[in-house]
Design a protein around this ligand. Structure first.
Ligand SMILES: [Zn+2]
Length: 251
């Protein structure tokens, strides 16, 4: 895996990265449309160059996956207090320690999850209405992100505490009082996944991410999806080239 640099520049880049992941934004303003949009991210700041120059970018279209004997996901989930923010790019829920993902012998801690409309990954060029990203970080500073598609269906009760507290305008972190959530309530029953190596889907687009995307979507009601869409009509980065990577999946 990628080593975190020990130089001053490396440390600086890493602290910016942590801020980016924690706050959903880099140092320089970016967006999803116009001059600040994804086509220009690589030109907005030297820190964002990899958004344009990188060859392991995310999201990608999930198709023609290689069937592989993938290692099990060991997910430890418990009820944690929730803190919610609208960071101007998404609705993000910051989580206290206690939810871990062990994959391929490395332990990652859940630090936050957030939502995109429409989905960022596609399956054979088809979008889902939404996608949730559960961002896990290892002690070494690498990321494992669990992606969960949301399709239109029944109301999802596990989303309600978040949806009820969702700020429609940019707003700093605030606790969702009286609410805890068992995170795994937002994961599908079927644990089959797609896996590949990629990047953050927002600037600085760092290529430090082990992507694990569940094949089975969870459901959200039309009204739940509409409530998010009203706030973020479009907060999904376009599909990136697979290049020389392998997309793996399991039966
Ligand atoms: Zn995301």
């Amino acid at each position: 895996m990628l080593m975190i640099g020990t130089t001053v520049a490396g440390e600086l880049a890493f602290s910016n990265l942590r801020e980016a992941v924690a706050g959903g934004q880099g140092q320089v303003k970016w967006g999803y449309t116009g001059k600040e949009g994804p086509q220009n991210w690589g030109n907005l700041s030297p820190e964002y160059q990899v958004c344009q120059a990188g060859l392991q970018q995310s999201p990608i279209d999930l198709q023609q996956a290689i069937n592989a004997n993938l290692s099990d996901l060991q997910i430890t989930s418990q009820q944690v207090a929730l803190k919610i923010q609208n960071n101007g790019h998404t609705i993000q829920v910051n989580t206290d320690p206690g939810n871990t993902l062990i994959i391929d012998g490395t332990s990652y801690e859940l630090i936050q999850f957030h939502f995109h409309h429409p989905s960022e990954h596609t399956v054979e060029n088809q979008f889902y209405p939404m996608e949730a990203h559960f961002v896990h970080k290892s002690k070494a500073g690498n990321f494992a992100v669990l992606g969960v598609f949301l399709k239109e269906g029944r109301e999802n009760a596990a989303l309600n505490p978040i949806w009820d507290a969702m700020p429609s305008q940019k707003k700093s972190e605030a606790p969702i009082l009286g609410s805890t959530l068992e995170i795994s309530a937002l994961f599908p029953t079927d644990q089959s996944t797609y896996r590949y190596f990629g990047s953050l889907t927002t600037p600085p687009c760092s290529e430090l991410v082990k992507w694990i995307v569940f094949q089975e979507p969870i459901e959200a009601s039309k009204a739940q999806i509409e409530q998010f869409r009203q706030i973020f009509p479009l907060n999904a980065r376009p599909i990136q080239a697979l290049n020389r990577r392998f997309l793996l999946s399991e039966e």
